[in-house]
Ligand binder design. Structure first.
Ligand code: HEC
Length: 141
């Protein structure tokens, strides 16, 4: 009798642990989104714009609006410069500068401002994604 009770207790504890572990695994962001937080601090990316969901959203916007000129991984093309390395023509590549460029564009060039097309939260998600390109192996973002 005692043995049976112990067995049942053991089994339920076992499944509880299994459930907790499974839950933790599912909640973890997928590895490609684990970014270097210290670098994002330096690049002044606001913490609200660092989550995998926001970065994935920024990436979606990027792929529909920017990649034609800047390339899928921000590496540039004949039409536009790289925006994934540490060389910047305008500003220093930190989040506030990148967001400002996306908002207002660069007058007199093919780089238009996007503030009429996107809400400011969208622009910030885009800016977070573009800024993060500098910190991460491009193909994985
Ligand atoms: C029609 C082509 C085109 C599209 C689309 C475009 N850009 Fe650009 N972008 C350019 C060009 C050209 C420049 C360089 C302007 C210059 O300084 O001569 C530029 C410059 C930039 C820069 C500054 C680069 C630096 O070195 O300072 C950033 C950041 C940028 N673009 C982000 C974006 C984002 C984000 C999008 C999408 C919302 C986007 N661009 C869409 C053509 C484009």
């Amino acid at each position: 009798m005692k043995l049976k009770a112990l067995l049942i207790l053991g089994l339920s504890l076992g499944s509880l642990v299994l459930l907790i572990v499974l839950n933790e695994c599912l909640r973890k962001p997928s590895p490609q989104f684990i970014l270097d937080q210290a670098q994002l601090d330096i690049l002044e990316v606001p913490s609200a714009y660092r989550s995998p969901e926001v970065l994935a959203f920024g990436k979606r916007l990027y792929l529909t609006s920017c990649s034609d000129c800047h390339g899928n991984y921000g590496t540039g093309s004949k039409r536009a410069p790289s925006i994934s390395d540490s060389t910047w023509v305008h500003g220093n590549g930190h989040f506030p500068h990148v967001a400002e460029i996306i908002r207002h564009g660069i007058p007199g060039t093919m780089m238009l401002g996007w503030s009429t097309k996107f809400q400011d939260t969208d622009i910030k998600a885009l800016a977070a994604f573009v800024t993060a390109l500098q910190t991460h192996p491009k193909a994985k973002l």
